[in-house]
Design a protein around this ligand. Sequence first.
Ligand SMILES: Nc1ncnc2c1ncn2[C@@H]1O[C@H](COP(=O)(O)OP(=O)(O)OP(=O)(O)O)[C@@H](O)[C@H]1O
Ligand SMILES: [Mg+2]
Length: 218
Amino acid sequence: MNNPACGRFITLEGGEGTGKSTLQRALRDRLAQHGIDAVLTREPGGTPRAEAIRALVLNPPGGKAFSPLAEALLMNAARRDHLEVLIRPALAAGQWVLCDRFSDSTRVYQGASGEVSPAVILDLEAHVVGDTRPDLTLILDAPVNIAHDRRAARQGVQDVFEQRAMDFHQAVRVAFSDIARREPERCQLIDASRPAAEVADAAWTSLLHRLLPAATAS
Ligand SMILES: Nc1ncnc2c1ncn2[C@@H]1O[C@H](COP(=O)(O)OP(=O)(O)OP(=O)(O)O)[C@@H](O)[C@H]1O
Ligand SMILES: [Mg+2]
């Protein structure tokens, strides 16, 4: 965990349409009720330079996605800027940061094709993230058909990741749950197939026990 004098770093992970952005807002509201004013941010993005990289990766010129290695490098370039400009200064100032996607998404999405070895992805992650590891990662898990229906109901223009086939989304789901299983001290798998209020309750319970134990002590 980061220095206790610093804020807490919470990341939200999971496939498209699992409810990360919805949960981020719910947690912001609950933290506010506890007098904690959280910074909300997202990846790729969060700073002007990283948002420019986001636009490049999600909607590449010509419509053809970058290769997995090129994507991994771009995501890490965006992440480094995000860490330097926004996340680390906020944590150092004692603020809590709620980040919609972070390095687990790079492990999953750029690793899913099998074209970039996990060793390369983890090595990049170690260099870029350093010791700014999340204090808690909430991994939202839902059957791919449920997430698909939510995305469809939301409408809007699909980006290069959303357009991929259902077996890709299934591989993404499996890869995220593998991370949760391998790193239980950092990660909490949340059943995101439930109504949004129940998902928020489960996430809040986990957050309270892991990061605000004083608030749960009787
Ligand atoms: N638990 C839930 N039950 C039903 N609908 C939900 C739930 N959580 C979110 N939704 C709805 O599903 C849609 C997708 O949710 P949201 O945008 O939060 O997902 P996301 O994981 O952030 O997606 P993306 O990866 O595309 O950013 C939204 O319309 C949202 O209102
Ligand atoms: Mg979202």
